[in-house]
Write a protein that binds this ligand. Structure first.
Ligand code: ATP
Ligand code: MG
Length: 414
């Protein structure tokens, strides 16, 4: 019996990885354009980091983490998300001492023990960005505009931006109390998880995907009606800047997000094409997180994009790269000649393929077709002797005679 991968852990095979690279390259370009630098953090952290940041009474910490004890008896966890690690590093290396305003991005695998289905896996990948040190709603708008721009550049117009504000420690308790009063009368209609959330983390009930809970919470009080003056002004600022740059958005006052560290602005990019895996990117402001983790009182805001969901939205669009040239050869002597020519061409940046194992000319030409080469050339005794060959432009069959020299071949291909 052969060994298979672990359930919910995927191999990303070539056609798929072409799409992933396209997403990654586009994201790096847009982030760097906006002044962000990459930070690389470990995929495993002390369990305490996630308990303290994401929160003990969240689904992620309660049931989804890959936590185990290592050989040194330490409790360690495969990271379920990136922000906690990035902020741990920000504090540990005192990046704020040089400049409290940091613009950082990261990418890599995350791990959550969830029920695998389309768009939901146990190892999945995120690319995310964070801005620390800015309270002003301009930072929120900047982050949102960058996210929207990135999706446009990837070529996806459909996911739409939803925003909300979760208030701050000053105004949230009053909202929580009014939500609890509303839910109390509907407890019997909630799922078992939500009845538990009612005491541990009542806001979470609004995020439940069980249809009965969605129904039972129709008409629940809106967090936006409970914001304090400062939070209200801040949210108005964010909306104003989005309006001034004509960034389309809608307000979803039920969006609470699955992590406890969020304050004020929260947001999701939502698609209608992936069933209940509707969020392709999500994030928000976390003004209390850095101090909660033992750092100074510095605010932050950021988001994470789910690679797998973006790749699903791209469908089977082809991002593979075809060779510029396929070199076919008639015999062993020409193969040595072609090998040296390929070497020179590769060094000058031409994408070349050749046949390694003396197949028939017919099978070599079939391979040139299959690879989608732009040009092909057949090298036999005459070509070696004259130092010239006829290059065939594959799309229209046009033959172009050119010296078998790097510069001439490159020029012909322009
Ligand atoms: P969902 O509501 O779908 O569970 P989430 O709120 O848990 O998402 P976040 O923790 O905010 O998601 O993560 C940000 C993004 O990462 C999501 O919008 C999604 O694209 C992606 N993501 C989260 N969990 C998974 C998973 N198990 N498999 C694949 N992608 C995921
Ligand atoms: Mg989730």
């Amino acid at each position: 019996m052969s060994i298979t991968a672990i359930k919910g852990f995927n191999d990303i095979l070539p056609a798929e990885s072409d799409r992933w690279q396209y997403i990654e390259q586009t994201a790096r370009r847009v982030f760097e354009l906006n002044g962000f630098s990459e930070i690389r953090v470990p995929i495993m952290e002390k369990t305490e980091l996630f308990r303290r940041s994401i929160g003990d009474a969240t689904d992620i910490v309660e049931k989804e983490m890959y936590t185990f004890t290592d050989k040194g008896e330490n409790s360690v966890t495969l990271r379920p998300e990136g922000t906690a690690s990035v902020m741990r590093a920000f504090i540990e290396h005192k990046l704020y001492a040089q400049d409290p305003v940091a613009k950082l991005y990261y990418l890599g695998p995350m791990f959550r023990y969830e029920r695998p289905q389309k768009g939901r896996y146990r190892q999945f990948h995120q690319i995310g960005a964070e801005i620390t040190g800015v309270n002003a709603p301009l930072a929120d708008a900047q982050v949102l505009n960058m996210l929207v721009q990135l999706f446009r550049e990837i070529g996806l117009d459909e996911p739409s931006l939803q925003i909300n504000s979760l208030g701050c420690p000053d105004c949230r308790p009053a909202y929580r109390a009014s939500l609890v009063a509303f839910m109390e009368e509907r407890l019997d209609r909630l799922c078992e998880d939500c009845r538990r959330r009612f005491t541990t983390n009542p806001l979470r009930i609004l995020d439940c995907k069980v249809p009965g809970c969605i129904e039972a919470t129709v008409g629940a009080p809106s967090v936006l009606d409970h914001l304090c003056g400062d939070c209200d002004d801040h949210f108005a600022g964010v909306k104003g800047y989005l309006d001034s740059t004509a960034t389309p958005y809608s307000i979803n006052h039920r969006m609470v997000r699955g992590l406890d560290y969020y304050t004020r602005t929260t947001f999701e990019l939502v698609t209608g094409l992936l069933g209940s895996q509707s969020a392709v990117a999500a994030g928000g402001r976390y003004d209390g997180l850095i101090s909660q983790l033992g750092g100074p009182a510095i605010p932050g805001i950021g988001f994470a994009i789910g690679f797998e969901r973006v790749a699903l939205l791209l469908g089977d669009k082809d991002f593979s790269r075809q060779p510029d040239l396929f070199i076919a050869t008639m015999g062993v002597g020409e193969r040595d000649f072609a090998f040296r020519l390929m070497h020179d061409l590769l060094r000058s940046g031409v994408r070349v393929e050749m046949e390694y194992e003396g197949k028939s000319l017919k099978s070599q030409m079939r391979r040139a077709d299959k690879l989608g080469a732009r040009y092909s050339v057949v090298i036999g005794e005459n070509e070696v002797a004259s130092g010239k060959a006829a290059f065939k432009r594959m799309k229209d069959g046009e033959q172009i005679e050119v010296p078998l020299k790097c510069e001439d071949i490159k020029k012909m291909m322009e």
